[in-house]
Design a protein around this ligand. Structure first.
Ligand SMILES: Cc1cc2nc3c(=O)[nH]c(=O)nc-3n(C[C@H](O)[C@H](O)[C@H](O)COP(=O)(O)OP(=O)(O)OC[C@H]3O[C@@H](n4cnc5c(N)ncnc54)[C@H](O)[C@@H]3O)c2cc1C
Ligand code: SF4
Length: 333
């Protein structure tokens, strides 16, 4: 990696100031920097100004009210992983936060940064000289996608761990810009294009994530597969929110990461409502995942392996969540 390029560093103290600064041409948001700074050192981005959000009042709060939970974009993943109020009812979020990178990263890394991290590809997350030697690629500076040379789109994979858990729990994001605020479903923050996977407008940033109160019997969890167990991006990751009445499913939401250019909310799970979690259902769910995930040759692991891992992780997680609750599963006071 090269040295960091020159840039102006600005530190707003409130959101109004932050959105004014981020509206300037060449400005980028800087949160924990654990994704953005390595990318700058690889020459993947050349912002002239970084707007650092660490001092912005209110962005680091976790607030509960009668509607549910609001998580500030500046909350660190270390805090999310250990906050006992989240661990019970919103278990999938705590589990996903715990799985991101290593402990030191998680102390700096934020919710906003994790939701907005860049997509990844073996032909892209490389030094400038490596990419130059390969004539760059469609995503930055080149004409051809080395993964799918006949196509005209980038297939780099979205690999954030947090988004699937939040999507499975029906999260909305609060977006703020100089033009005002709006709330949209988190799934709508993304599009299936590895070169432009975020739907943030120019000058728009994420202020908070909002989650509805979960039904008392809702269970959720997150599982991922990675090359290095101690610290690595997901080859595939899955979050499930499940509600049972006796042995029968009354709510089932599944979301995945690592396999497509956007976090994938699995479609068609309503077909399982009213059914029990048995071998036939798990087999059908596995097939649904295999049909909708489309991993490409963007990691060192073969695409088909990632597709199969996504199916198996989903089946195992649903099986685990459907087991009778133990003491460990009960929400923390
Ligand atoms: C060795 C290593 C391993 C890693 N492993 C994982 C992993 O296993 N799983 C995983 O998910 N990630 C992993 N990461 C990536 C990264 O650490 C995390 O995704 C982290 O959560 C990013 O958050 P951050 O606050 O550091 O974001 P930053 O690097 O500060 O920002 C990332 C991007 O988000 C934008 N951004 C930040 N905040 C906002 C906001 N509020 N509104 C709009 N845009 C915003 C920035 O402009 C930038 O484009 C790893 C990184 C490293 C270096
Ligand atoms: S998928 Fe293709 S265009 Fe996208 S980063 Fe990889 S090689 Fe480049």
């Amino acid at each position: 990696m090269d040295r960091l390029p020159e840039f102006r560093l600005l530190r707003p103290v409130d959101l109004a100031e932050a959105v004014q600064l981020i509206a300037e041409p060449g400005a980028r948001v800087l949160a924990g920097g654990t994704d953005l700074l390595p990318n700058l050192r690889r020459g993947l981005e050349q912002p002239t100004t970084l707007v650092e959000l660490g001092g912005v009042a209110g962005l680091s709060e976790i607030a509960f009210d009668s509607d549910g939970l609001a998580i500030g974009a500046g909350v660190t993943l270390a805090r999310l992983a250990t906050d006992t109020r989240i661990a019970g009812p919103y278990r999938a979020i705590a589990e996903a936060a715990r799985e991101v990178a290593g402990p030191q990263h998680r102390h700096a890394a934020t919710v906003g940064g994790n939701l907005c991290l860049d997509t990844r590809c073996v032909f892209y997350n490389q030094s400038a000289w490596w990419r130059a030697a390969n004539d760059f690629c469609l995503k930055r500076g080149g004409q051809t996608c080395h993964v799918a040379p006949q196509g005209q789109r980038c297939h780099a994979a979205f690999s954030g761990d947090l988004a699937p858990s939040l999507i499975a729990l029906d999260a909305e994001v609060e977006r703020v810009s100089a033009r005002g605020r709006r709330r949209t479903p988190l799934a709508d923050l993304y599009r299936d294009d590895g070169a432009a996977h975020l739907t943030l407008d120019p000058g728009e940033l994420i202020a908070r994530v909002h989650l509805p109160r979960p039904a008392p019997s809702l269970r959720s969890g997150y599982r991922k597969a990675r090359v290095r167990g101690s610290m690595d991006f997901p080859l595939a990751g899955v979050a499930i929110a499940l509600q049972l009445h006796g042995p029968r499913i009354v709510a089932l939401r599944v979301a995945l990461t690592g396999t497509n250019s956007q976090p994938l909310r699995l479609e068609g799970t309503e077909a399982f409502l009213g059914a029990a979690v048995d071998a036939a259902l798990l087999g059908a769910l596995g097939k649904l995942v295999a049909r909708q995930t489309s991993p490409m040759r963007t990691t060192a692991m073969p695409s088909n392996y990632r597709r199969q891992v996504a199916s198996v992780l989903t089946q195992r997680l649903l099986q685990a969540l459907a087991r009778p609750a133990t003491e460990e599963d009960r929400p923390c006071a």
